[in-house]
Ligand binder design. Structure first.
Ligand SMILES: Nc1ncnc2c1ncn2[C@@H]1O[C@H](COP(=O)(O)OP(=O)(O)OP(=O)(O)O)[C@@H](O)[C@H]1O
Length: 338
């Protein structure tokens, strides 16, 4: 395992202050049969070295589209604007060769459902080895040795034997660990984990979160965690960006956000989560009444106004912009102010 440990992991405060990923005014629109769809609107985010940034929000808020645009994984029907810089290198509009060398090597993506991403006809060892040979030019024997090391890193028992298993011989949790091993094979600066535990049993989820925590601590990997599970956020994240209808509506350090949520949407989400403490005595989840709108363009109004119990006149006539303070907020009438 020692070979996988960087000499000075960046999970310290000083490390986190170094920006590894900087997203500025990222917008993504899709051409669809029904016309244009605005999925992400002028999103700005920063992720420090060794930092875990969680992006939360209901289904359809633009979390995955944001995450995929960071890794250059959007389909051709997507029109992307803005800037995504990885250690200073601009990824939006970068040529294919640059993107190919960065994707998988510098920025890696873990998908929700490992079975769709692993190839059933190759052993897990050969699939991890392929990543190492492609990106790092490793020899066959070095790739095999390193694959075993990576399987150990993600907590797979009897790694020397499991390396020759096919994906169907492993449980769902073990397959997700293999996906993580593949994602970190080249020691990426940024790992994007899109609902990494959603498809898994609750008892298995905790193990996967431990693996991610270990990677951040041991390797100094920065993590962008996409989830709708606030319990996972509380467990793992340093900072949170709350997305609604394609925009970041609130962002703060995790403890600050849970202790002093200011956007009515955030308080709605927190109220809907037993893990966030508000409903610790009940298993029932509250729902925020109404649905996330699907937008062809962003309106001159707050997109949450028609679901918001706090809406005032300004909310229906102009769209609030995210403030640039440490606890950023896009709201005309925050919770606890009026
Ligand atoms: N390839 C695509 N073509 C057209 N529209 C898309 C495409 N991918 C996503 N969208 C739309 O973009 C919006 C944001 O989707 P996205 O998947 O990012 O939401 P999400 O917050 O990640 O939701 P979930 O939690 O369900 O994954 C949705 O309205 C979705 O239907």
């Amino acid at each position: 395992m020692s070979a996988t440990v960087r000499p000075s992991p960046d999970s310290t405060q000083a490390g986190r202050d170094r920006r590894v990923l900087e997203v500025r005014d990222l917008s993504v629109a899709f051409r669809t049969e029904d016309g244009q769809l605005s999925a992400v609107d002028r999103v700005s985010l920063e992720v420090g070295a060794g930092e875990v940034l969680a992006i939360v929000g209901e289904s359809g808020c633009g979390k995955s589209v944001t995450a995929m645009s960071l890794a250059g994984l959007l389909p051709r029907s997507a029109h992307v604007d803005g800037s995504v810089r990885l250690d200073g290198v601009e990824l939006i509009g970068a040529d294919k060769r640059t993107l190919r060398s960065i994707r998988g090597r510098e920025i890696a993506y873990i998908f929700q459902e490992p079975m769709t991403s692993l190839n059933p006809v190759f052993t897990v060892g050969s699939q991890i080895g392929e990543v190492l040979r492609t990106h790092l030019g490793s020899s066959r024997s070095a790739a095999r040795a390193r694959s075993i090391e990576l399987l150990k890193l993600v907590g797979i028992p009897s790694a020397e034997r499991r390396v020759d298993d096919y994906p169907h011989q492993l449980s769902g949790g073990m397959r997700q660990r293999v996906m993580i091993a593949m994602a970190v094979a080249c020691d990426p600066k940024v790992l994007i984990a899109d609902e990494p535990t959603t498809a898994l049993d609750v008892t298995i989820q905790a193990g996967i979160l431990d693996v991610l925590r270990g990677l951040r601590e041991r390797l100094g990997t920065s993590i962008v965690l996409i989830t709708h599970d606030l319990g996972v956020v509380a467990d793992l994240a340093d900072r949170v960006a709350v997305m609604y209808a394609g925009r970041v509506v609130e962002t703060a350090e995790v403890h600050e956000l849970f202790a002093h949520p200011q956007h009515p949407y955030t308080t709605g989400l927190l109220g809907a989560s037993p893990a966030a403490g508000r409903h610790a005595d009940t298993e029932r989840l509250d729902e925020i009444p109404g649905l996330v709108p699907v937008l062809s363009e962003q309106p001159d109004a707050c997109t949450f106004a028609d679901r918001c119990g706090q809406a005032v006149d300004a909310c229906t006539t102009s769209q609030p912009q995210l403030t640039s303070s440490k606890h950023g907020l896009a709201c005309w009438n925050p919770v606890g102010v009026s």
